[in-house]
Design a protein around this ligand. Structure first.
Ligand SMILES: Nc1ccn([C@@H]2O[C@H](COP(=O)(O)O)[C@@H](O)[C@H]2O)c(=O)n1
Ligand SMILES: C[C@@]1(CO)OP(=O)(O)OP(=O)(O)OC[C@H]1O
Length: 157
């Protein structure tokens, strides 16, 4: 068994929607990033890479490389999962926490679990996505950004 933790954060600015957990959420914000800015998937990728001692997404997918400009982060998860399998592991379960004052995501967490389960090759019951505000405190509380944490457990195949 191997465990991994990942964290990611991104700035928010005025816009017409965000991509989180592989799901488009219409709202008055956009995520500032080189890719689609999906902080939930970025944290998940880093947790997976951490569990196999595989570096981090910034090393694998540099944010100055044009091939990753605007990329759908589900494609980054596909490549990370290819590495997890090549290392001889499979996912047992994943638990994700979004910290965001905005947007509100509770109506979308079930769809996120489906997207992430498909990417991880597990049943939807093995993925949990939850959210909390920052109670109005600091930059996240001022809706200037958002952050995500991920924890994954892997077992040998
Ligand atoms: N971006 C978010 C943040 C929170 N929620 C939901 O609201 C509930 C209350 O948030 P607290 O910060 O008071 O814990 C939380 O349990 C989430 O279900 C959300 O949907 N989107
Ligand atoms: C995903 C990558 C690659 O496009 O860019 P960003 O979307 O800026 O995201 P970040 O969380 O800074 O992580 C690593 C990057 O290299």
């Amino acid at each position: 068994m191997r465990i991994g933790h990942g964290f990611d954060s991104h700035r928010l600015e005025a816009g017409d929607g965000v991509q989180l957990g592989g799901v488009h959420i219409p709202c008055a914000y956009r995520i500032v990033a080189h890719s689609d800015g999906d902080a939930i998937i970025h944290a998940l990728c880093d947790a997976l890479l951490g569990a196999i001692r595989g570096g981090d997404i910034g090393k694998l997918f540099p944010d100055n490389d044009p091939q990753f400009k605007g990329i759908d982060s589900r494609r980054l998860l596909d490549e990370v999962m290819r590495r997890v399998r090549a290392a001889g592991y499979q996912v047992v379960n994943a638990d994700l926490t979004l910290i965001a004052q905005a947007p509100r995501v509770s109506a979308h967490t079930a769809a996120m679990c489906e997207q992430l389960a498909a990417g991880l090759g597990v049943a939807v019951e093995d993925v949990n996505v939850k959210a909390t505000t920052n109670e109005g405190m600091d930059a996240i509380g001022r809706k200037e950004g958002l952050a995500a944490h991920a924890v994954v457990l892997l077992s040998a195949t």
